[in-house]
Design a protein around this ligand. Structure first.
Ligand SMILES: C[S@@+](CC[C@H](N)C(=O)[O-])C[C@H]1O[C@@H](n2cnc3c(N)ncnc32)[C@H](O)[C@@H]1O
Length: 403
């Protein structure tokens, strides 16, 4: 069984990477550098894009912590993920050396655009082995093939060593999520609403890991969020055991989104969350229950997102094809939030008593099959009682009695 690094250590590394040099020194003094290096290497292998080189190469990645050096070898070949390897599995194309704190900043600090001079690199010449010498494809052509592979392999590893910003449509394709490109076109909306959280140390909970009954299927969106929120902790909830996807910065939870007590218990243990995304059963009653249970556990300034609103019209999901019969549907809930946002303007005589949702929903964005609900303090104050409530009087008062 794979032993995962505790989230507490990752959290400390992320915090220090966003701080001053003293924070990084302090981190290195409190933890064994080998443990920190392990976290960084794991992050790099998950961030590397799919290799494109046809000839296998190794990239030596050396991390220096004071006078200690931690060399590792990453195997890169088209058709498989970048993985740790031993020194003799292929020819070493490049040596890349980072100072520990610098690599931590590159991976987990706020994104630094256009930085240079953060690493040492050495490109090794390819030395043809005795077998290939004189044979077909030897000489310049052979060296050229290996040079191309060396270049492609090194670029793959270097692309995993920092927090560049691919957009969510690209990440969705890379991690094979259904959020863009077939049934759904959600990722541009996510980019728009999530961009300001991207550099933050966020906690994100997504209901619905994917793959339904198959424990090892799905997981694409958790990996996508992990890559996108490069300083974040990602929690995934599914009714099926999906612990196969547990990884550094990804924690899977097993439970029913229709059970409010369970939802509250996980929120108390792992929350509050900056973002909650409901992409679970899409059963209308579940969507409403989950919102009521989890919205109080979203941080002020956070977002609650609901996907696949089409089920609001489908009786097989507890929806109703008549949009006016929406009292039990997801869209009925969302329409009621329009009044919640405006609750301070409701006439007092109506006897309305604001509830938690009224007091904390501050905005909402509706798209085709997707809604974003913004959390905050909804208390700007209603229009004061002395402002006339009918148009003619308002005009008269505002005109100061002038005809
Ligand atoms: C649409 S998939 C999620 C896809 C994933 N978010 C993605 O974008 O790649 C829905 C998942 O919700 C899970 N699910 C179904 N009913 C659930 C429930 N009552 N509570 C929690 N998860 C549930 C299913 O097992 C399935 O894996």
């Amino acid at each position: 069984m794979v032993k995962h690094v505790p989230n507490s250590l990752i959290r400390e590394i992320i915090r220090a990477a966003g701080g001053h040099d003293a924070d990084l020194k302090d981190l290195a003094a409190r933890h064994a550098p080998a443990d920190i290096v392990r976290v960084l290497l794991d992050e790099i292998t998950t961030r590397c894009p799919a290799p494109v080189n046809d000839v296998p190469v190794l990239v030596e990645l050396a991390v220096r912590a004071g006078d200690q050096l931690f060399p590792t070898y990453l195997y890169v070949l088209k058709g498989g993920p970048v993985r740790l390897a031993t020194k003799d599995e292929a020819f070493i194309a490049m040596r890349v050396e980072y100072e520990l704190g610098e690599l931590a900043r590159e991976l987990f600090g706020p994104v630094r655009e256009n930085v240079t001079g953060v690493r040492r690199t050495t490109l090794f010449p390819y030395v043809a082995d005795a077998q290939s010498e004189g044979g077909e494809g030897s000489g310049a052509e052979h060296i050229g093939t290996h040079f191309l592979a060396a270049q492609q392999g090194s670029q793959t590893v270097l692309a995993g060593c920092h927090s560049h910003k691919p957009d969510l449509s690209e990440l969705s394709s890379r991690y094979l999520t259904p959020k863009w490109g077939s049934l759904h076109w959600f990722t541009p909306h996510y980019d728009r609403h999530f961009s300001s959280y991207r550099d933050q140390q966020v906690r994100v909970l997504e209901i619905g890991i994917g793959g339904y009954k198959h424990p090892e299927w799905g997981g694409g969106s958790l990996r996508m969020w992990k890559h996108f929120f490069h300083r974040g902790e990602i929690y995934g909830l599914d009714i099926v055991d999906k612990s196969h996807f547990d990884a550094p910065r990804i924690t899977t939870l097993r439970g029913d989104q229709g059970d409010p007590d369970y939802l509250r218990s996980i929120a108390e243990e792992y929350g509050p969350f900056d973002i909650v995304i409901d992409d679970g059963s899409h059963i209308n009653d579940h969507i409403r229950t989950s919102f009521r249970a989890l919205f109080p556990h979203v941080r002020p300034g956070g977002l609650y997102v609901i996907e696949d609103l089409w089920t609001a019209y489908w009786s097989g999901f507890g929806g109703n094809k008549d949009p006016k019969q929406d009292s039990g549907t997801s869209l009925g809930l969302l329409k009621s939030l329009v009044d919640s946002i405006q609750h301070e303007e409701l006439p007092e005589a109506g006897g309305h008593r604001p509830g938690y949702v009224d007091q904390h929903v501050v905005g909402m964005h509706m798209y085709h099959n997707l809604a974003f609900i913004e959390k905050g303090t909804n208390a700007e104050g209603g229009i004061p009682p002395w402002i006339p409530r009918d148009f003619e009087t308002l005009v008269a008062v505002s005109s100061g009695g002038h005809e």
